[in-house]
Design a binder for this molecule. Structure first.
Ligand SMILES: Cc1cc2nc3c(=O)[nH]c(=O)nc-3n(C[C@H](O)[C@H](O)[C@H](O)COP(=O)(O)O)c2cc1C
Length: 229
């Protein structure tokens, strides 16, 4: 029994290593996509006095270890948060903006392996999971941060449902993501395609093992783009 547990543990560790290496190999995919598109995007936000909204999607994993060891959760003020949720909270506090969580009608599994599999099925089926939360008064906001974890080198499919639901024309969208090595993959290009009338900034990505210590870098970035209050 003991031997079987040891072998099981070794197999699980090997799987994690393979997944981590695969993510790291895609690390600069978003940078390459930008270079190829040659698109000129503003590096700072000029916002005309409208409100700012921070939108995020995040699935804290209930198994595994803490964020400093690479799991998708952070402990902050005694509260367990998903990595992207934690980054969203910092942005919301630093910019004095409202916070909005994208939630789906169905619940994602909290355990890593089951979540990986569920997300793969959705991506393979080009699914549009039904959303349980909806933004009221989008017209009041002229700048919208949109945060998500990189899932399978892409945005999680609920983000596609989200961009299907809203037209961000005339607004500034500022993407941010957390990831295991792939940064945004091609997500910035995808958001620009889904929201052609919006100004979509290049955004900010945080590697999951740095999330717990990401505040200083986030604040510097917000200052640089003119969004720190
Ligand atoms: C289903 C799934 C797929 C993932 N795919 C990738 C990937 O392709 N590239 C990557 O760098 N990280 C990948 N990761 C790691 C997550 O992006 C990372 O753990 C993120 O910080 C999770 O954020 P959250 O806690 O807000 O959900 C994946 C994680 C999950 C659960």
């Amino acid at each position: 029994m003991k031997k079987r547990n040891i072998i099981g543990g070794m197999l699980a560790a090997a799987c994690c290593a393979v997944v981590l290496c695969a993510f790291a190999a895609h690390e600069n995919a978003d940078a390459r996509a930008m270079a190829v598109s040659g698109q000129q995007t503003p590096t700072a936000v000029s916002h005309a006095g409208g409100k700012v909204l921070v939108v995020y999607f995040s699935v804290p994993e209930t198994d595994g270890v803490d964020a400093s060891s690479g799991a998708s959760r952070v402990l902050s003020g005694g509260k367990v948060m998903g990595n992207t949720q934690y980054v969203a909270t910092i942005i919301s506090e630093a910019t004095g903006s409202d916070l909005f969580e994208i939630k789906t009608v169905h619940t994602y599994p909290g355990s890593h392996k089951a979540l990986i599999d569920a997300a793969k099925v959705e991506i393979d089926n080009n699914a549009r999971p039904k959303l349980a939360t909806h933004i009221k008064n989008l017209k009041d906001y002229d700048v919208v941060f949109v945060g998500f974890p990189n899932w399978w080198y892409d945005m999680p499919m609920p983000l596609y449902s989200f961009f299907d639901e809203y037209d961000f024309g005339g607004k500034t969208v500022i993407p941010f993501c957390t990831h295991g090595g792939s940064r945004f993959s091609g997500a910035i290009k995808t958001i620009r395609e889904l929201e052609p009338q919006a100004t979509v900034l290049d955004g900010y990505s945080v590697a999951r093992e740095r999330v717990a210590n990401s505040e200083e870098g986030i604040l510097k970035w917000l200052e640089k783009i003119g969004m720190k209050k």
